[in-house]
Design a protein around this ligand. Structure first.
Ligand code: PGA
Length: 263
C-alpha cells in the first residue's frame, strides 16, 4: 500500500513572516492522520523559519528546486546538502514553470528565455536528491497544444525517460511523480478525475517499463493543476492517484487544511 501524500507548492509567494503565519494557520486547521504524509514547499528564503514553526508537527518541509553540485562557484544556486541542513525532505523538480511551459501562451513567450529547465538537468537533480535521501517530486505533463495533437502520452514518456535516465529500479521507491497538465496549472480548469486517473495509470506503466512492477507499485503518483476543495476528494481517490501537488489553493491555511483532509 502506498501512503497518500499531499504537498503545498507556495511558488514565489510569501515573505518569511507571511510563510510562518501561513504554516501556523495550516497546522491549526489540520487534523493529521498517521496514514497520510503532508508537506509544504515555501520559497528558499522561508524554509528555515517554516521549519521552526513546524518542528512539533508531522508536516514535512519541501523545497521547490535544487542544484545538483554539492557546493562551489554556482552563483545563486542552492545545493541538496544545504537543503538537508534545513531538514528538507522533499524537493519539487522539473516543474513546468521552471521548464518555461505555461498554460497562458503570452506568459510562455515572455519567460521563454529565462525558464528552460531540461530533462537532463532534472535527471541530475533527481540523482543528487536520491544521494541524500531527499524525495524528488518529479513533474511531468503536456501543454494544451500537445494534448490537442494527441501527444499526451508521447510527451510524458519522453519527459520520464529523460528525467529517470540511469535510475536503478530500486531507486523508484525513493521518488514521487506529479502529473501536472500544463493547461490545468493556475487556470481553474482541473483535469477530470477519470482522465487524470488514465494518465497516472499510464505513468505507472512507464515506470514498470523503466524500472519494474514492484517499484511501479511503490511509486507515489500525485495529481497537480487547479486542485481545490470541490475536486480534491474525487481526484485523490482514483486508484493510481496517491495524492496531490497543490499551488494556489495551498496559500490559504484553512483551505489547504480542508483539501489535505479530503485525501
Ligand atoms: P495550481 O498549481 O494548484 O495553482 O494549479 C499547481 C502546481 O503548479 O503545482
Amino acid at each position: 500500500m502506498r501512503t497518500k501524500l499531499i504537498v503545498g507548492n507556495w511558488k514565489m509567494n510569501t515573505t518569511a513572516k507571511e510563510a510562518v503565519a501561513l504554516a501556523e494557520s495550516f497546522v491549526h486547521n489540520l487534523q493529521t492522520r498517521d496514514d497520510v504524509d503532508v508537506a509544504v514547499c515555501p520559497p528558499f528564503t522561508a524554509l528555515w523559519p517554516v521549519r521552526q514553526a513546524l518542528s512539533t508537527t508531522r508536516v514535512a518541509l519541501g523545497a521547490q528546486d535544487c542544484f545538483w553540485e554539492d557546493n562551489g562557484a554556482f552563483t545563486g544556486e542552492v545545493s541538496v546538502p544545504m537543503l538537508v541542513d534545513l531538514h528538507v525532505s522533499y524537493c519539487i523538480v522539473g516543474h513546468s514553470e521552471r521548464r518555461g511551459r505555461f498554460g497562458d501562451p503570452a506568459r510562455a513567450a515572455k519567460f521563454k528565455a529565462h525558464c528552460h529547465e531540461t530533462d537532463e538537468a532534472v535527471n541530475q537533480k533527481v540523482m543528487a536528491l536520491l544521494k541524500y535521501a531527499v524525495t524528488p517530486i518529479v513533474c511531468v505533463g503536456e501543454t494544451a497544444e500537445e494534448r490537442e495533437q494527441g501527444r499526451t502520452e508521447e510527451v510524458i514518456e519522453e519527459q520520464m525517460k529523460g528525467c529517470f535516465k540511469g535510475l536503478d529500479p530500486v531507486e523508484f521507491f525513493g521518488i514521487a511523480v506529479a502529473y501536472e497538465p500544463v493547461w490545468a496549472i493556475g487556470t481553474g480548469k482541473a483535469c477530470g478525475p477519470e482522465e487524470a486517473q488514465r494518465v497516472c495509470q499510464y505513468i505507472r506503466k512507464v515506470i514498470v517499463e523503466n524500472g519494474d512492477q514492484e517499484s511501479a507499485d511503490a511509486t507515489r503518483i500525485l495529481y497537480g493543476g487547479s486542485v481545490d476543495e470541490n475536486n480534491a476528494r474525487e481526484l485523490f481517490h482514483q486508484p493510481d492517484i496517491d495524492g496531490g501537488l497543490v499551488g494556489g489553493a495551498s496559500l490559504k491555511g484553512e483551505t489547504f487544511a480542508r483539501i489535505a483532509m479530503k485525501i
